[in-house]
Design a protein around this ligand. Structure first.
Ligand code: BGC
Length: 252
């Protein structure tokens, strides 16, 4: 973190590697997001190059927080559901640190980052108790926070519900793939939320991912009992959470 309470966050997604400097007193981006296309195949070295481009373009020379769509433990990538399998076992912290000239790097799961950002600055900022964020995108990411403390690397998108993984039932990509109406897709999302609320009893669900922009179309159609609020920070939540992770100790 820089002296003036700013840090740099990078969110690695399926289509773009996006980054910005974040003012941690407000959770706001200091400038427009810088975006470089995610390379295909998204191998570790190719992605590290894209990360270095984003940071160079911003002219940032301090520490950097980076999200990955993976379980991340001690900077090492443990799963790769929707990215190149060669990431598994990669020490991402060391790889990115080298690509960024040896500076301090923190790596964490993308949904954990978004969850922390929504919990501190966004949709759940005034809410106590158990907050569960789910991101609906290519897969389903999850973050569990209790009174602001993250339980990292929950992978609820892979929970089997009715013989199917949650993310194969209700990710936003399934709606697109199968041409589901909001009504049909919301029924799948409800099935997932009901299974989760029966096990975890959260105070609130925060719904994130690109499709949360259209929340008026589908949140009212949900039939589960726990309140569901739309994420507030939208596509900057990952960047903000990544910046928060720098020197904060929230990355596992
Ligand atoms: C991955 C999670 C990730 C989520 C959203 C899932 O397939 O297993 O680690 O948070 O997708 O990107």
């Amino acid at each position: 973190m820089s002296a003036r309470g700013h840090a740099f966050g990078i969110d690695i997604g399926g289509s773009g590697v996006k980054g910005a400097e974040v003012d941690l007193s407000t959770g706001e981006l200091v400038h427009e997001r810088i975006k470089v296309a995610t390379p295909h195949p998204s191998t570790p070295n190719a992605v590290a190059e894209a990360v270095a481009k984003v940071v160079a373009q911003a002219g940032w020379d301090g520490p950097v927080g980076i999200t990955m769509p993976s379980v991340v433990i001690g900077g090492v990538i443990r799963t790769a559901a929707n990215i190149d399998k060669s990431w598994i076992g990669t020490d991402a912290r060391a790889l990115f640190a080298t690509a960024l000239g040896g500076r301090e790097v923190t790596v964490l799961n993308d949904a954990d980052a978004a969850g922390m950002a929504e919990d501190r600055y966004g949709a759940a900022k005034d809410l106590d108790g158990l907050v569960m964020l789910l991101t609906f995108g290519t897969g389903i990411g999850s973050a569990i926070m209790y009174n602001g403390v993250l339980m990292p690397n929950s992978e609820l998108g892979h929970m089997e519900i009715g013989g199917k993984e949650a993310e194969h039932r209700a990710a936003a990509s399934i709606k697109d793939r199968d041409g589901l109406s909001y009504q049909e897709w919301a029924a799948e999302v409800s099935t997932v939320l009901i299974a989760l609320e029966n096990l975890f009893w959260p105070n609130v669900f925060v719904a994130g991912g690109g499709i949360s922009r259209d929340y008026r179309e589908w949140i009212p159609l949900l039939t589960n009992r726990t309140p569901v609020v739309a994420a507030d920070l939208r596509n900057s939540a990952g960047i903000v959470g990544a910046a928060m992770a720098v020197s904060s100790g929230i990355a596992p």
